[in-house]
Design a binder for this molecule. Sequence first.
Ligand SMILES: [Zn+2]
Length: 189
Amino acid sequence: MEKTGGIPDSIKWQAVIECDKSCDGLFFYGVKTTGIFCRPACRAKNPRRENVVFFSNSDQAIAAGYRPCKKCRPDILVFEPDVELVQKALAIFDQQYNLSIEVGEVSKLLGVSAPHLTRLFKQHLGFTPAQYLTKLRVDSAAKLLEQTDLNILEVSYTAGFISLSNFYKCFKAQMGDTPNKFREKRGNL
Ligand SMILES: [Zn+2]
């Protein structure tokens, strides 16, 4: 099963098009045709979507053979405590969403309040930690429905939902179908 998590590519691409400074440090993008990688806020001409590859840090881009852009200097580390906090939170959510962790616990672990973490997420990513956590769980549930024969209750639990009714509500809101309907259409069972 492929990995669930990470900032959605659609949000990264939007930030690249808009040269959005608020995403700075959260990811980098490389352009296949030039072999150069940039910060999302770089003013360089926008590449075509199909030529863009995303990296979560500059080491990854360099390891993949990309050279740092001379305009935005993605190779220079800028210490951004807020960005670092968001990155840490994202990593915890990605690794533990299925353990029914909640935003409050993660904030506490990081030494900040839940409203503070929520504000940072909104500011840098445009969505809240709770929305991110729900998306991870729904994405994971969708894969389980498609690729396994777990029943709905097991899927809900395995994806990290605490209540079945919440699972139904969140799934329907994101996927447009109930879990049963989704499996009927997409599953191979
Ligand atoms: Zn650049």
